[in-house]
Design a protein. Structure first.
Lengths: 450, 317
């Protein structure tokens, strides 16, 4: 019985009444009306598996949720109480598209430790720095434009670039961050192909997902390369103040005001629920961003802005960041110790000096995405490396996040993960010779490709 | 309605790989039962479940846990232990049906065709040498073949293998979902699903649902992305084939000792042979699932069908 376009009423040779045939349905009345860019939006096994990761039995090393258990909720509560009582009608009203002026001045103070000398007029408040990525892409990128990103890069930014139909070209990183020579080569190759590069997207500090930091020696070189190539840099810096026992690195924006759009966020230094981030941009870009912001949301949420502003004004926010640093350092140590104790010598990983993430690379032939069901069965979760590439690489890498679980849970999670890896190694040994191997592309941070 | 005071617990979620599907099934059935007049409490299967069932026993439990959490019989054992009536098959029947290899054997014994297959644990490949075992499998079954976990659903871990060199990675992918793989001869043809509902006169097949996935394979994405698969219900089958599908599903339901509701997945080949692939004792009830489509085509509603099953379960005690 062929399954093609058969007649609607086939009947049969017995002369009995044919079984009525139903009208075909796709269970989606709008199936033919979606924009072409939704083509890749489909249910996935990986997303389904993450549903299990939300259960408390599972040690989730997958999510990047900041650990805000140390926030002084009593102080935050009284700050919000006073905000409502004293400025409630203002806080619950529309505001300007660029964001609250007091908060923008405070943001300039927050950026000072990274060497940035900015004027509040050049700051645009956004709904988290995620929206800033969206707005910058919206004002710069047409379909087919190229964005240069580190290899690997932040999955949320890749999603934005995909939504605007940009082409992402990855540029190699190593333990010192973006590799200057690789950047030069990528620019030359893309331009030789006749394509337009709109900007270089980089996360210089405590990279998500790679955990590495762009070295101070490389920073001027990266700026020089982009100046020579006349390229804009989108410097995404949500973790810059979360270093462990070290001063903040000097931002790229600190040394180049006209070529860098700097993105910051209060999600990691205060709390993500307020959804307050910002972009610091050259004046002409800033004007475009404000207009784009107004068409997207009219204005960033006033209540959240005033709440963050009140918190910064009344609380020792720098002391709070120090406490966050300790929280994350303790967890980073637990993860690195556990990885050293538990993982086979064939695995390599980065050793972050701040932020939330370790980038783990497993021996060639292992497929980290295919391994995830086994991990979920063993009650541990991670994010497969392919999520952080636009071009399918990263199949033997994973992002491990240490920010949220307790040190004990991290150790237990790594113990479970080690068992999962061991089982996969044994399977590889059984089936390995014929397993497909990832073609060489990027020598990722701390990746031993020998 | 008379059952308006009956409290029903719908179990959805769990820790199996199909948690997300289960939650969606649970939401839909909970809503249908509420519309049918029941008081519904939807909850997860976690460490608080047993104490809560003991402290405040509901009139009936409706397990909508997919995969091992709800279909391997363990949950049904616990519910029987607690003397809580539940919709669906007994623990013993679930155990038979949930293992695809066992279910195929049982169904084949009552003369329902099922594609040649073999169940192979990972250890077998390790101990006997993967290459020679895979060679033997391919020689016996030919290509293409289907590799799937013996225990699981929603096509998780399922791959159609067309080339011998793709078999190792398919096996590795399958073993990530469970320790035993079912390797089955691939049957090309029309894919249909037939739901069987028990009522007072015995098991009755609902109209067959024909499945036409865009990509040709009814995998996880094709199942749960609205619009990615075309369904025809009632399926466009001649009467004898339609009856043959219904008969096969009812025969499987009976042979495995199933109760209340099941869904058999079948393939009809070019020669008109109906092949049994597997049966589900807790079939999906999501917005893109097959049983709700069949129920609608039968001229009834999910609330009516599920309500009837709840009443039967309560009467059964």
């Amino acid at each position: 019985m062929p399954s093609g376009d058969r007649p609607a009423q086939p009947g049969d040779s017995s002369g009995r009444a044919p079984v009525p045939v139903g009208r075909p349905t796709r269970l989606d009345a709008y199936v033919d009306r979606y924009a072409a860019r939704t083509k890749g939006m489909s249910a996935s096994e990986i997303r389904a598996l993450f549903s299990v990761a939300s259960r408390p039995e599972v040690v989730s090393l997958a999510g990047g949720m900041p650990n805000i258990s140390g926030l002084p909720l009593d102080i935050v509560g009284s700050t919000l109480h006073e905000l409502v009582l004293d400025r409630g009608t203002e806080a619950m009203q529309y505001g300007g598209g660029q964001g609250d002026s007091t908060l923008r001045a405070q943001i300039c103070q927050v950026m000072r430790p990274e060497g940035i000398d900015a004027h509040p007029d050049d700051v645009v408040v956004t709904v988290g720095s995620q929206q800033a990525v969206d707005l910058v892409t919206r004002v710069f990128c047409d379909p087919g434009d190229v964005v240069l990103c580190e290899a690997p890069s932040y999955v949320g930014a890749l999603g934005v670039f995909r939504a605007y139909e940009c082409e992402v070209v990855h540029v190699e990183m190593d333990d010192d961050g973006l590799v200057p020579e690789a950047l030069r080569q990528a620019i030359a190759a893309v331009r030789a192909a006749g394509k337009s590069i709109k900007f270089v997207y980089t996360i210089p500090n405590y990279h998500n997902p790679a955990g590495v930091t762009l070295s101070s020696a490389r920073r001027p070189e990266i700026l020089d390369i982009c100046a020579e190539a006349d390229l804009l840099i989108l410097e995404d810096n949500p973790y810059g103040l979360l270093g462990f026992g070290r001063d903040p690195d000097r931002a790229l924006r600190a040394d180049e005001a006209d070529r860098v759009v700097y993105l910051g966020s209060f999600s990691k230094t205060f709390a993500p629920g307020f959804r307050v981030g910002w972009a610091l941009a050259p004046h002409a870009v800033r004007e475009k961003l404000v207009l784009a912001q107004e068409s997207a949301t009219l204005c960033p949420p006033t209540f959240s802005q005033l709440a963050v502003s009140s918190y910064l004004a009344t609380h020792d926010w720098q002391g709070q960041i120090k406490q966050f640093q300790e929280t994350y350092r303790e967890r980073r140590d637990a993860m690195l110790d556990a990885l050293a104790d538990q993982l086979p010598s064939s695995a390599t990983w980065t050793r972050p000096d701040g932020g939330f993430y370790v980038w783990l690379t497993l021996p060639e032939g292992l497929d980290v995405k295919a391994m995830l069901p086994r991990a979920v069965t063993e009650r541990v979760a991670y994010v497969p490396g392919t999520a952080f590439y636009a071009d399918g690489f990263g199949s033997r890498c994973m992002r491990l996040s240490y920010c949220h679980p307790s040190p004990e849970r991290i150790r237990e999670g790594v113990r479970r993960l080690a068992g999962v890896i061991q089982a996969e190694l044994e399977l590889r040994e059984t089936f390995g010779a014929a397993l497909p191997r990832e073609p060489r592309g990027y020598e990722g941070p701390n990746t031993d490709l020998s | 309605m008379s059952e308006s005071n009956e409290r029903v617990v719908v179990l959805a979620g769990g820790l199996a790989h199909e948690r997300d599907v289960s939650l969606r099934s649970g939401r839909r059935v909970s809503e249908a039962l509420r519309q049918a007049g029941f008081e519904v409490d939807q909850r997860d299967a976690d460490m608080h479940l047993v104490p809560s069932l003991q402290a405040d026993p509901p009139a009936c439990v409706v397990p909508l846990l997919h995969g091992e959490d709800g279909e391997d019989g363990a949950l049904q054992e616990v519910l029987a232990l607690l003397d809580v009536p539940h919709v669906g098959s007994s623990a013993a029947a679930c155990r038979l049906a949930f293992d695809k290899a066992v279910a195929k054997s049982v169904v084949a014994a009552v003369k329902v065709s099922t594609p040649d297959a073999m169940a192979l644990p990972a250890e077998t490949f390790r101990e006997l040498g993967a290459a020679s075992v895979m060679d033997a499998v391919v020689e016996r079954l030919g290509l293409p073949i289907v590799v799937k976990p013996t225990r699981g659903g929603s096509a998780l871990g399922v791959q159609v293998v067309h080339r011998r060199e793709d078999l190792p990675s398919a096996m590795v992918g399958c073993f990530a979902y469970g320790p035993v793989a079912l390797v089955e001869r691939f049957v090309e043809g029309t894919e249909v699903a037939v739901a069987v509902v028990d009522d007072d006169s015995g098991p009755r097949a609902l109209p067959a649902v024909e499945i036409r996935p865009d990509g040709g394979v009814y995998d996880y994405s094709a199942r749960y992305t609205a619009g990615a698969t075309e369904f025809v219900v009632p399926a466009g089958l001649p009467q004898p084939l339609s009856k043959a599908c219904a008969d096969a599903a009812i025969a499987a339901h009976r042979a495995l000792g199933l109760r209340d509701l099941s869904r058999s997945d079948l393939i009809i080949d070019d020669d008109g042979t109906v092949w049994f692939l597997e049966v589900n004792v807790s079939p999906g009830m999501t917005e893109t699932s097959l049983v709700p489509l069949a129920v609608e085509a039968d001229g009834t509603s999910l609330g009516e069908v599920c309500g009837g099953l709840v009443r039967r379960a309560i009467a059964r005690g």
